[in-house]
Design a protein around this ligand. Structure first.
Ligand SMILES: [Zn+2]
Length: 250
């Protein structure tokens, strides 16, 4: 079994949840859970930059809030940094519809650079799978990851799998989604390359989230695809790589 690629981790302080993950905590969590590569994010992108420059195997997604003036220029600049591999959108927290025209210049930028976007998915009113599908439909070459693949509600989980099944550029990320059987169903319906593991640490524990994939009922080679290879393929450009490969971006 290859080392694990964790596509969804948060660094920083989260007082509302009484959880936190700093760079030392991240290093420990990675080592204890066979994670050699991960994506981290936080609304304070400068904090994330410090973490990813320090922690081997940690890469960032730029937290982009399209409601903030200057967000596009800031995102563009951060995406020139070799350790930022895409964008995280949280339309629920930041308050906008995923397919609002204010998102489109960013989506066009990402599509142009061939970088994915991970969108929090699973809560009304702004992060339902059907709304994120509207963004995906507007940008057919943009690779869109449904973070949490519907989260805790089976109606939204089913809809997330539907959205991935009908849109070949949509991916499903497993963090915080409680039903291990839905991981198997997602792989069966969306195909072997479009379901990827994430933990949502420190809100959820990697050990639990990894176990969920292991118990999903998938064959061992498909468990490995979800836990390791698919994240590398999407974010590194090569399913066996331990760092980004391919054309120089910028
Ligand atoms: Zn999260």
């Amino acid at each position: 079994m290859s080392a694990i690629f964790d596509a969804h981790m948060h660094v920083g302080e989260f007082p509302l949840f009484d959880v936190r993950l700093d760079r030392d905590g991240l290093v420990e969590l990675m080592a204890a859970n066979r994670i050699d590569s991960c994506l981290v994010f936080h609304p304070d992108n400068e904090y994330v930059r410090g973490v990813v420059e320090d922690v081997p195997g940690a890469y960032g997604l730029v937290w982009a809030n399209p409601r903030l003036p200057g967000f596009l220029g800031q995102a563009e600049e951060l995406l020139d940094h070799p350790r930022f591999l895409g964008v995280k959108l949280h339309p629920l927290l930041d308050g906008y519809h995923p397919n609002d025209p204010i998102v489109h210049p960013l989506a066009a930028l990402l599509a142009g650079r061939g970088l994915p976007v991970l969108v929090h998915c699973g809560h009304p009113i702004f992060t339902l799978p059907w709304s994120i599908e509207e963004l995906a439909r507007s940008f057919p070459t943009l690779r869109v990851v449904l973070g949490h693949m519907g989260h805790g509600n089976v109606v939204y989980i089913n809809a997330s799998i539907d959205v991935a099944e009908r849109n070949p550029h949509v991916y499903l990320e497993t963090s915080g989604m409680p039903m291990h059987t839905k991981i198997r169903e997602a792989v069966r319906r969306a195909g072997p390359n479009r379901v990827l593991y994430g933990s949502d640490a420190p809100f959820h524990h990697p050990e639990v989230e990894i176990r969920k994939v292991e118990l999903s009922g998938l064959e061992p080679d498909l468990v490995e695809r979800v836990l390791s290879l698919n994240g590398r393929l999407l974010f590194f450009g090569d399913e066996r790589a331990s760092a980004p490969v391919g054309p120089v971006r910028g």
